[in-house]
Design a protein around this ligand. Structure first.
Ligand SMILES: [Zn+2]
Length: 356
């Protein structure tokens, strides 16, 4: 008898549970994109598609897919954002429980306020630009930042001739020093060369500015995707080049920088000013010109010289290094000005940062 009562009770319980579940599922209203959190479409948004399906619970689920190669940005209700390349992401979905799920990397993000797909257009990428700290998107996904440069990998220094800057090249075949970060989307880049921009007008020498502030100089660490074989092949390819930009302000002398300046001074004494010089075996340690604190901005832009090739992955370090007045004066005697002015930030340029 007791057993029969228990069985009846369990049956009733299961009926209640299943009807509760069913009811819960039935109350899932059919979703439209409008009912999901706002989906922004900027004028360069392409191929954003919406698909619907019933999920396992019988609830409607809307999946929004961005075109391959585009970047999706999810704005979270806590004021932060995450972004991924759509190809990495696969798809993400707005479910009837009001949560958004990112697929492909076992990643779930709740409380998404809005979602946007952006496709970078090659003719819409400009560098350098002014980086506005408050407007940059804080991307919680920007976790990895690995600079793995071999000590003394800077092998030769060239300057003079038609060159407006010096260039330190890594030891061929340029495979000793590497850089990878979340923003490089899984690609490990090889460090090819480093050069700098400056102006004899002192504090006007940097190319990028931060909140309108210009610095005395800017060092560019130029990397290429080894998938393209050589640096020259990688130029102009989508994400073929990744540049780390380091700003410099006046202050303490940077001892490693002296290796460059000493070579230039020596060369000027020995050769004609118009001549092109190359000194080998300088054993330059690139790492000593990278700031200790790894807060940065990142965006996709262009080279700032030559043909201004687009599709460059930029990482601009937030904090500057210091160089001395005497060190800068040696550069001014070699070339007076070689920086490109700020370009306008075009629609679709997404500037992200890894700090609050
Ligand atoms: Zn440069």
């Amino acid at each position: 008898m007791n057993r029969r009562l228990l069985a009846t009770f369990l049956l009733l319980l299961s009926m209640i549970s299943s009807s509760w579940c069913e009811k819960s599922c039935q109350t899932c209203a059919p979703l439209t994109p409008e009912e999901c959190p706002l989906i922004n479409e900027c004028n360069i948004c392409t191929e954003t598609t919406f698909t619907r399906r019933q999920n396992r619970n019988g609830c409607q689920e809307v999946t929004i897919s961005c075109a391959s190669g585009s970047r999706v940005i999810l704005e979270l209700s806590n004021g932060h954002s995450v972004s991924r390349k759509a190809a990495t992401l696969g798809s993400f979905s707005c479910q009837s429980n009001g949560r958004w799920q990112l697929n492909g990397l076992n990643y779930t993000e709740k409380n998404v306020k809005s979602a946007s797909c952006y496709t970078a257009s090659p003719d819409r990428q400009n560098s350098p630009i002014n980086l506005v700290t408050q407007r940059a998107i804080r991307d919680l996904d920007l976790i990895d930042f690995t600079i793995n440069y071999a000590p003394n990998d800077g092998d030769s220094i060239s300057w003079g001739g038609n060159a407006t800057t010096f260039t330190i090249k890594s030891r061929a075949p340029y495979t000793n020093s590497k850089f990878s970060a979340t923003q490089t989307d899984g690609v490990t880049y090889n460090l090819y060369q480093m050069h700098a921009h400056w102006s004899h007008l002192g504090a006007n020498g940097s190319e990028h500015t931060v909140d309108g502030q210009r610095y005395v100089a800017e060092f560019h660490f130029v990397h290429f995707d080894p998938e393209y074989g050589t640096f020259d092949n990688a130029v102009g390819k989508e994400n073929g080049i990744a540049v780390i930009a380091v700003l410099a302000e006046l202050g303490k002398r940077n001892a490693e920088f002296d290796k460059i300046l000493n070579a230039i001074k020596k060369g000027d004494a020995q050769d004609s000013v118009a001549g092109a010089h190359t000194v080998n075996g300088v054993n330059f340690n690139y790492r000593k010109l990278i700031p200790g604190r790894s807060q940065f901005f990142t965006y996709t832009g262009s080279l700032t010289t030559g043909d201004y090739n687009t599709c460059v992955d930029w990482t601009v370090m937030r904090y500057p290094i210091t160089v001395s007045v005497q060190q800068m004066s040696i550069l001014y005697s070699f070339h007076i000005d070689n920086h490109r002015e700020n370009q306008s930030v075009l629609p679709g340029t997404i500037i992200r940062k890894n700090f609050a």
